[in-house]
Design a binder for this molecule. Structure first.
Ligand code: ZN
Length: 131
């Protein structure tokens, strides 16, 4: 096997080009408001219609999404029946018990909504009660 020798100048140029390509790809992926995964696919010439759901953009989008009324209704019912079954329980304990079914931030939103609408009350010991 013959070794191919690359002039140092040429090698440096290749390396610079590679770095610059990588940098422009990173810039491309993080500059626009789109799912990162879709951005990268787009960069490589592929079109994806679905968001990945796990990148920082998707997570932020999910967090800012207004809560679905059907989901809220469902959570309100579950929280109510949980308060009926286990009395003298704090908000955090209720959230913990339902966290396998719903996202914690959504549960907290639902509890806040129930408090605001007088469906439930917080007693002196910070335990939830049905109004
Ligand atoms: Zn994404």
């Amino acid at each position: 096997m013959r070794l191919l020798t690359i002039p140092k100048e040429f090698y440096t140029k290749l390396k610079e080009t590679a770095i610059s390509n990588t940098n422009s790809m990173i810039h491309y992926a993080f500059s626009e408001h789109l799912c990162r995964s879709r951005m990268l696919l787009k960069y490589f010439g592929e079109i994806s219609k679905e968001d990945c759901g796990v990148c920082d953009y998707c997570i932020e989008k999910e967090r800012n999404k207004p809560i679905d009324s059907q989901l809220l209704k469902q959570m309100v019912n579950d929280i109510k029946s949980q308060i009926k079954t286990i009395e003298n329980t704090s908000i955090n304990e209720h959230v913990n018990k339902l966290s396998s079914q719903y996202k914690r931030d959504k549960l907290k939103f639902a509890i806040q909504w129930m408090l605001d609408n007088g469906i439930i009350l917080v007693d002196d010991a910070s335990k939830l009660k049905l109004n």
